[in-house]
Ligand binder design. Structure first.
Ligand SMILES: C[S@@+](CC[C@H](N)C(=O)[O-])C[C@H]1O[C@@H](n2cnc3c(N)ncnc32)[C@H](O)[C@@H]1O
Length: 291
């Protein structure tokens, strides 16, 4: 398995989801992750004590799964585009038998992914960087109905101008689409050398913002419609954390409240016209431009 430094980070959420198979009450059920984990010749032992990342990846995945399920209930024939998909099997977890799925990641990841995931008429993949130009038109050509972009753990490895450019290009091309994404504050960036999982990897977080709502100031009529603090999601599952981490995390958050909003999961709407009344712009269809 040959993966570049940032690509290797996919192993953390994969490992976390696979471990859930051993839990009496799993946060997220993912037999596919367990099968891939068993098949990969990789030494995951340095992650053994990464308890917060293990629970954290699963609560994050579970929330995003729930947003995707809600989207599919409203738009059963819509399109999910998973950006930086890694070895995530969200399709296996939440597909409704009708939607269109497009998975995108860097070429070496997609090569590995093809060992484990099949494509079909409703499910295709793109080997590309989100920073490339061509993939957006590929998605526009293949997408059906309403579109939800999902980016879980990917933007944090880009730079601000790169993240902004992706958001603005998507907003211009897919007005009315939604995007689920995570964002961290500079606090996490400053302390990443102590991150329980990331300290075992060469890649580093590079995008941090004081507040995820900064995306609303970018071009393209972007509005955050839902936001959850990772801290709350993690501590809803506090019993899954070691006792010391449980009390230490809570005590630190009391002493230093910004810790509670250091990492957020967000759902935003793209391409809202400037004159739209609040709440009035929902669920427009993908606009197809003549090629
Ligand atoms: C932490 S992993 C998350 C993987 C997956 N979303 C999950 O939750 O299991 C980050 C992923 O982002 C991908 N990634 C990083 N930069 C990217 C880029 N410029 N274009 C596409 N994918 C990228 C990496 O290859 C990796 O698969």
């Amino acid at each position: 398995m040959h993966l570049g430094p940032v690509q290797q980070t996919l192993l953390v959420p994969l490992w976390a989801r696979a471990q859930e198979a051993h839990e009496a009450v799993p946060i997220l059920l993912d037999p596919k992750a367990a099968a891939i984990y068993a098949d990969l010749a990789y030494d995951f032992s340095p992650l053994e004590n990464a308890h917060a990342s293990r629970v954290g990846c699963c609560v994050r995945g579970r929330l995003v799964d729930s947003w995707v399920r809600e989207f599919l209930l409203r738009h059963p024939h819509g399109t999910i585009v998973e950006l930086g998909c890694g070895l995530n099997g969200r399709f296996e977890r939440v597909d409704n038998g009708l939607a269109r799925w497009i998975d995108l990641d860097l070429p070496d990841v997609m090569e590995l992914r093809r060992r484990f995931f099949d494509e079909g008429p409703r499910r295709t993949s793109l080997a590309a960087s989100v920073l490339d130009d061509a993939w957006i038109e590929h998605v526009a050509a293949e997408a059906q109905g309403h579109v939800l972009f999902v980016s879980e753990g990917m933007f944090v490895y880009l730079h601000e101008e790169e993240v902004r450019s992706v958001f603005e290009r998507l907003a211009a091309r897919f007005p009315g689409a939604q995007i689920a994404f995570d964002a961290m504050t500079p606090l996490v960036l400053r302390h990443q050398e102590h991150h329980d999982a990331m300290r075992h990897f060469a890649a580093r977080f590079t995008w941090a913002v004081p507040d995820a709502r900064i995306v609303e100031s970018w071009d393209g009529g972007i509005r955050i419609e839902a936001s959850r603090r990772f801290y709350d999601l993690l501590y809803e599952r506090a019993r899954r954390l070691p006792r010391v981490a449980r009390w230490l995390g809570r005590a630190l958050a009391v002493l230093y409240p910004p810790l509670k909003r250091a990492y957020t999961l967000n759902l935003a709407r793209l391409g809202i016209p400037p004159d739209a009344a609040p709440g009035s712009f929902h669920d427009t269809r993908l606009v197809r431009h003549p090629s």
